[in-house]
Ligand binder design. Sequence first.
Ligand SMILES: Cc1cc2nc3c(=O)[nH]c(=O)nc-3n(C[C@H](O)[C@H](O)[C@H](O)COP(=O)(O)OP(=O)(O)OC[C@H]3O[C@@H](n4cnc5c(N)ncnc54)[C@H](O)[C@@H]3O)c2cc1C
Length: 423
Amino acid sequence: MTTDKSTPGSSSIMVVGGGISGLTTALEAAEVGYEVFLIEKNPYLGGRVAQLNKYFPKLCPPSCGLEINFRRIKEHRRVRPYTLAEVTKVSGEPGNYTVTVQLNPRFVNVNCTACGACVDVCPVERNNDFNFDMDKTKAIYKVSEMAFPMRYVIDPSVCKGTECAKCVEACQYDAIELDMQPKTVEFSVGSIVWATGWEPYDASKIDNLGYGTCKNVITNMMLERLAAPNGPTKGVITRPSDQKAPESVGFVQCAGSRDENHLPYCSYICCMASLKHVTYIREQYPETKIYIFYIDLRAPGYKYEQFYDNIKEDENVFFIKGKVAEVSESPDGSVTLVAEDAISGEKIQQTVDMAVLATGMQPTAVNVKLPADLKFTEDGFIVNDLEKGGMFAAGCANKPADVVTSNQNATGMALKAIQTLKR
Ligand SMILES: Cc1cc2nc3c(=O)[nH]c(=O)nc-3n(C[C@H](O)[C@H](O)[C@H](O)COP(=O)(O)OP(=O)(O)OC[C@H]3O[C@@H](n4cnc5c(N)ncnc54)[C@H](O)[C@@H]3O)c2cc1C
């Protein structure tokens, strides 16, 4: 190393978003010697992957991939993670940015051992957004069994505060501080990687597919939570209206995707996600009939194609090339899907116990404006302006992607962030 190539004033990197992409960028940069501030708005790291039951194509639980990253973060003093944190302002230029971050209170300090004594006495309930409101938690709650950091958090929008304070009395570790206040902190960094990820497209905007009006129409992410052992049904897939074991399930591919009225693009992963969901159902119900309505089935690459081929072997899985035009509900809760079969030209009506909408990914930046001078596509994905440099987008903030592609992209963006510091 020669001194003239050493790093300039701001030799740190900020990564915004602690999903799989942000974790990857942060760790890759830290492991070659850079200090990284990792800013996550949720009370936990892991992003959407933490909500999945299993990963395609290997079908291993996401906890294996995430836990390795959490362990690396714990062991790596150069990564400084901040949860419940949001960037409010960015000023400066490549190599020299000042970033203002608001740290929101958790109301639970590092003494927390996650023993749960506080939950037993808390009198208030809230909808569990981690499980897409399919169950409830107390106002003080642990996000999931594998939450990182493994600490409780209080939802201030429902907590009764000091007028209740039963949790404070119950906690023998002095871990609860109901008067915790938000803080503002300024960071000097040389480059910023935005790994702000995606949100499920709001299915209630698709008015012909029954979401919100038919009780047994759910989304693909809801099915992830229903199948997860730490989900609202402890992993048993049942239909929401009456907890019946489904004898038939319909999948509606491209629900709102490749549609000018909703998301004009393909989200890349929805076909693979539904094929994976077939395995979730088959594991629990060997006889259940599964109908997959699609425009085109996309299983890109050798491993995904192989996965698709395996599912095609199942004689109780039926693929129907046809876009679902209408969904209706019968008094017994069953759901009828209407589509035109593009191969036979016939109108098809298929009644099933429950239906799953394969909704796509929408960049989070569509709904929450990022406080930085960034370029966006028409659909809200961040464009990587490599000529300007300094700020980059990784993973699904940049384009819809699976985990492998997100990780590759996130590693590349760690390199871009380092190059900014070196220049
Ligand atoms: C139904 C479904 C099933 C899937 N199954 C698989 C699968 O089996 N295998 C696979 O490879 N892929 C799968 N995927 C795709 C996978 O979920 C994505 O590839 C992955 O989530 C991308 O990670 P990310 O870090 O880019 O984004 P995210 O997971 O969305 O993480 C982004 C993080 O940034 C945080 N954030 C957002 N905005 C801000 C802000 N302003 N400030 C601070 N933090 C912020 C978020 O809270 C979040 O923690 C699936 C997708 C769907 C829809």
